[in-house]
Ligand binder design. Structure first.
Ligand code: TRP
Length: 334
């Protein structure tokens, strides 16, 4: 069975963008692969170092989200990054193998720096050493567990390429030690927001969270952007520019063809269409909400899953660390 390693930053609850873009897929992959899922709190701290409470709270929130969508601790090893010190240790050794200019040229990092500048201005928050180096730390995440496949979205591909470079360089200097991982691209490109933005994101304020209650979801559906050319109830509209239609499709409404036809023919009003989506979303979220309630009422079960997963992950990371130290000749008294 091949090993899959993936990670997610604890910076808030999961939304539909995460679910359809990545985490929903992990639920299927865990049946086929030896799956490791890292709650990347150290990585989250690279841009939330001044907000430790947020990261702390999000570790549990996110774990409950993942369990609620069907991540099964019998099949997936869920663990906390900061509790595996070997990852930090590997990061230090790998950092010798990466140039600063290479990190600055990493497209994912470049985009994030640009976004930061837009948010804070040129003279605002400057880029920290830790932030610039997070791709190195992510390479340690993957290689510590000998991850063979890394399920990622397109935006993460440059990080994986950087990891592969580090692995090749390491192996060429110190001898065959690390495994070169491959990307396992998710089928879905990024998921749009309810406002029609190309990306659903918490900071963009256009997300539906799996933890949203029914009323909140209803309101969000009502606020979804529809075809602005449709004014009267029987105007013909274009479903391709309508977010309500987009989500009908995304969550797999079996009635999709009818929705499309009626929309195009002016036989369906937007409000009725939204009501149908509210119902479909309620059905979709129902089992997730039930599981969430169970885990929220049993926090000790959640803690145990994290503790056990971290224990298991730790054993694997220690094995890798030993090989790394041997091959780097920093194994003095053995
Ligand atoms: N960078 C990923 C994100 O922002 C999270 C992550 C951390 C990750 N470590 C990883 C993804 C290792 C894949 C493999 O979503």
């Amino acid at each position: 069975m091949k090993t899959i390693l993936t990670g997610i930053r604890p910076t808030g609850h999961l939304h539909l963008g995460h679910y359809f873009g990545a985490t929903g897929n992990w639920v299927k992959l865990q049946d086929e692969f030896d799956t490791y899922i890292e709650i990347a709190d150290v990585q989250a701290l690279t841009d939330n170092f001044n907000n430790p409470d947020k990261v702390n709270k999000s570790v549990k929130d996110l774990t409950i989200d993942l369990l609620s969508i069907g991540i099964d601790p019998e099949k997936s090893t869920l663990f906390i990054q900061s509790m595996i010190p070997e990852i930090a240790e590997l990061t230090v050794y790998y950092s010798n193998l990466v140039t600063i200019s290479r990190l600055e040229r990493n497209p994912t990092v470049k985009t994030e720096i640009k976004q930061k500048k837009e948010l804070f201005g040129e003279k605002g928050e400057s880029i920290t050493y830790g932030f610039l180096g997070y791709p190195v730390s992510q390479a340690a995440d993957i290689t510590a567990f000998k991850g063979e496949l890394v399920p990622v979205g397109e935006d993460q591909l440059p990080l994986l390429e950087q990891c592969r470079e580090i692995v090749r360089k390491f192996n060429s200097i110190y001898g065959e030690t690390l495994l070169e991982p491959e990307a396992y691209l998710s089928k879905f490109p990024r998921i749009k927001g309810i406002d029609g933005n190309e990306k659903m994101g918490k900071s963009l304020g256009n997300a539906i969270f799996l933890a949203d209650d029914e009323d909140t979801v209803k309101k969000k559906v009502m606020s979804m952007v529809t075809d602005t050319n449709k004014i009267k109830i029987d105007d013909k509209a274009n479903p391709d520019v309508c977010m309500v239609y987009y989500y009908h499709e995304l969550i797999g409404n079996p009635n999709l063809e009818t929705v499309c036809k009626e929309c195009k023919n002016g036989e369906r009003g937007c409000v009725a269409c939204k009501r149908e989506l509210q119902e479909k979303l309620r059905d979709f979220l129902k089992p997730i909400r039930e599981k969430r309630e169970y885990y929220e009422n049993n926090p000790e079960i959640v803690d145990n899953i994290l503790k056990e997963g971290t224990k298991k992950a730790s054993i694997k990371a220690k094995e890798t660390m030993k090989e790394v130290k041997n091959n780097m000749k920093i194994n003095y008294f053995e």
